[in-house]
Unconditional design. Structure first.
Length: 202
């Protein structure tokens, strides 16, 4: 082979391999891309919130004392009674709803209304009543009176109107006694108890 066909390369000095110009340009381009991306997405710095000028003041809790029973109540519960009517005894069982306002420190400690319904166990039919209530505290117990109309119901006869007046007490349960009269039936006397369960207090 003649010397004219051999490509002469420039001599390479040193122990490290020579980097070609094309590789060097590629490295420079990659470095430029990295620095441009880093400059386009800077890290956001969130400043600290300003210091509060005054401390938070929490008002003291004001819970209602447990001995304070004043307020408005809704009582619901069963009622049962033994009645002497038309010269014989009979019993009734039903339910009663009572709405009252209690003010223990006042002379009139309780005022409200009660609506009830019950059914006779032997006579058939039943009765509905609506009584007004008043009460006052006597010897540490609530005692009071009731007054209101009665509607006597029968399966075979038309309804009969009447009225009653009674006394009652409250000691977890509410025993009562009342007397009254119903048209065409005459006078009656009744002893019973209402289990008053408070379901609402405001």
């Amino acid at each position: 082979m003649s010397a004219e066909n051999v490509e002469l390369k420039p001599p390479h000095w040193g122990i490290r391999p020579r980097v070609r110009p094309r590789s060097r340009a590629l490295l420079v381009a990659c470095w430029g891309c990295i620095t441009s991306v880093a400059g386009a997405d800077p890290i956001a710095v969130v400043p600290d919130p300003p210091a509060r000028s005054q401390p938070i003041a929490v008002p003291p809790a004001t819970f209602r004392p447990s001995w304070d029973l004043d307020g408005h109540y809704l009582w619901l519960g069963p009622v049962g009674a033994a009645s002497y009517v038309e010269t014989r005894w009979d019993s009734t069982f039903g339910a009663e709803a009572t709405l009252v306002s209690v003010h223990e420190g006042a002379a009139l400690g309780l005022a409200g209304v009660t609506l009830g319904a019950s059914r006779w166990t032997r006579r058939g039919g039943g009765r509905i009543w609506l009584d007004g209530l008043i009460g006052t505290r006597v010897w540490g117990r609530m005692l009071g009176a009731s007054l209101g109309p009665i509607l006597e119901l029968s399966e075979l006869e038309r309804p009969k109107l009447g009225a009653s007046i009674g006394v009652w007490g409250y000691a977890g349960i509410a025993p009562f006694m009342r007397i009254g009269a119903v048209s065409d039936l005459g006078m009656f006397a009744e002893l019973g108890v209402h289990i008053a369960l408070p379901v609402l207090h405001r």
